[in-house]
Design a protein around this ligand. Structure first.
Ligand SMILES: C[S@@+](CC[C@H](N)C(=O)[O-])C[C@H]1O[C@@H](n2cnc3c(N)ncnc32)[C@H](O)[C@@H]1O
Length: 221
């Protein structure tokens, strides 16, 4: 995949949009519901399991900004969130502007637009409770400097990007997970679960979002 790859807009079963990358035949979210998947995998199985004040979140794969958007909305009634998100192929404006996430929440575009127009590689305060640090780069070669309470692991699938689901990737993530920190992902693959376990995480298989029997959640004990 490159920055110039052709990408198409799709509507998923819950009415929310996702993007489809024909070159790798992969969607950015579940076609059974993009918002439903993000709420299930990252918000309910991750964000809602933490009770930290000043929560540090790392996302791998900023993409459409959906997970960041849902976290920014949820932070208002919960905690201050410092949200770092890594993206190798930032989307062009015409694509991120075409997704219907703010409309699905009855919101205007302003917060969603600021998620995308805020500068890369500088932490920016977007709301009183949400700070965004977007990092443009390749996660597999990125040097991380801090530890996180919560990791949203949202790379493309292991079939399409095996290099992002290896034991060495999870070893790096483990080092950068705080004690009792959680990593959550839509993936349920056995080889990924074992790679996480070898890296040191305690891993549970929990019910997945619509259309998927299971997903993985890893905890650093
Ligand atoms: C499954 S999509 C999810 C995106 C996002 N979380 C969302 O809700 O739209 C995977 C994302 O990972 C990005 N990506 C692919 N390879 C990457 C890499 N090596 N480092 C960082 N991001 C990468 C893709 O460009 C894409 O935006």
């Amino acid at each position: 995949m490159t920055k110039d790859t052709h990408i198409e807009l799709l509507q998923t079963e819950d009415g929310s949009h996702t993007l489809y990358a024909p070159l790798i035949d992969e969607t950015y979210h579940s076609t059974h519901g993009a918002i439903n998947e993000s709420l299930h995998v990252f918000m309910r199985a991750g964000f809602e399991q933490t009770s930290k004040e000043d929560l540090r979140v790392l996302e791998v794969g900023f993409g459409t900004g959906l997970n960041a958007y849902l976290t920014a909305l949820a932070s208002v009634s919960k905690t201050v969130v410092h949200y770092a998100s890594v993206e190798k192929y930032p989307l062009p404006q015409e694509l991120w502007q075409s997704v219907n996430y703010p409309a699905m929440y009855g919101q205007d575009q302003s917060l969603f637009e600021r998620l995308h127009t805020s500068p890369w590689n500088i932490e920016t305060k977007l709301t009183p409770t949400f700070y965004l640090y977007k990092i443009e780069g390749d996660f597999s070669s990125l040097f991380l400097q801090e530890q996180f309470d919560l990791i949203f692991y949202d790379a493309f699938s292991p079939e399409k990007q095996p290099e992002l689901w290896s034991e060495s990737i999870f070893e790096k993530l483990y080092i950068h997970t705080k004690a009792s920190g959680i990593l959550t992902t839509y993936c349920a693959k056995g080889s990924v679960r074992r790679a996480m376990q070898h890296a040191g995480y305690e891993v549970e298989r929990i019910p997945g979002p619509a259309g998927k029997r299971e997903m993985l959640r890893a905890i650093k004990r």
